[in-house]
Write a protein that binds this ligand. Structure first.
Ligand code: PAF
Length: 275
């Protein structure tokens, strides 16, 4: 595995990779969720590139940029063992200059739900993903469905900017008890972790209701709130939208995403279910 810290080293190693390239951009603190993306990228391509970059422009003032877990040694080993060909660990000044040309998230999809709670987050995220996709020149790039709105916006960017890369959505990976894997789970105390299970439990309840024929969003959301409210510190939203992020009054099978965001203690968590 080549480990590249600067652009020249990365570009040279990238030029040496022939055939189909799969790319997994990450912010590190790699867990089984990231590994599932890497494994899939390995299966479907000749070479795999992983980037680890805690992108400052997608964190808002007062968010967890400084305390975001950084585990470079462990991440490196994980990538090596997973058969990654090229690991890119750029510094911030390799990626950004002082007076940047910016791209902006779309006015509607980019400023509801996560975008309303974290205005500007998606601008920074799209900015860095555009750069990383261009740098990697990948044929396919792999993103988890856990960040559902991120995934939808990246697909829109690829469409709107006529980029050639194929965006591959990957299933959410959960612990045995249902908690969706996230690097931010590391912040949770054992007690908070127990309370955080209410997110996946509320989604399971939604799935049960839908299976039993209940399709009204209002009823499903009320049942979810009943599970979440006693457990979480702050319930930010429970939303039922179509795959284009328009609110739905009735669940449409095959075209619905049910999303939840909540704070447990100081930790902000999101989870969702595609139905
Ligand atoms: O999902 C993430 O880890 C990040 O938002 C991404 C896509 C690596 C961009 O910084």
């Amino acid at each position: 595995m080549v480990v590249a810290r600067d652009y020249e080293c990365f570009a040279e190693a990238r030029d040496g990779l022939k055939g189909r390239i799969g790319f997994v951009p990450t912010m590190g603190a790699l867990h089984e969720g990231h590994l599932s993306l890497i494994r899939r990228a390995k299966e479907e391509n000749d070479h795999v590139i992983v980037s680890i970059f805690v992108n400052p422009t997608q964190f808002l003032e007062g968010e967890d940029l400084d305390k975001y877990p950084r585990r470079e040694e462990a991440d490196r080993k994980i990538c090596e063992l997973a058969g990654v060909d090229l690991l890119y660990l750029p510094t911030t000044d390799q990626i950004y200059e002082e007076d940047e040309l910016c791209i902006g998230a779309p006015k509607r999809r980019g400023y509801i739900l996560e975008g309303a709670r974290r205005p500007g987050h998606f601008d920074g995220m799209l900015q860095v993903v555009m750069k990383l996709l261009n740098l990697s020149r990948a044929d396919r790039a792999y993103f988890g469905k856990k960040d559902a709105q991120q995934l939808v916006l990246i697909r829109q960017m690829v469409r709107n900017y006529f980029m050639k890369v194929q965006i591959v959505p990957c299933e959410i990976i959960r612990d045995a008890d249902g908690l969706a894997l996230s690097s931010r789970n590391l912040y949770l105390s054992p007690e908070e972790r127990r309370r955080a299970l209410s997110l996946s439990r509320s989604l399971k309840r939604a799935a049960k209701l839908i299976q039993s024929g209940q399709h009204r969003s209002e009823v499903i959301r009320a049942a979810m709130r009943g599970i979440l409210e006693p457990e979480v510190t702050e319930l930010e939203y429970v939303a039922i939208v179509d795959r284009d992020f328009r609110p739905l009054e009735e669940v449409e099978l095959g075209n619905t995403i049910i999303l939840v965001a909540a704070k447990v203690g100081e930790t902000r968590l999101i989870d969702n279910l595609w139905v």
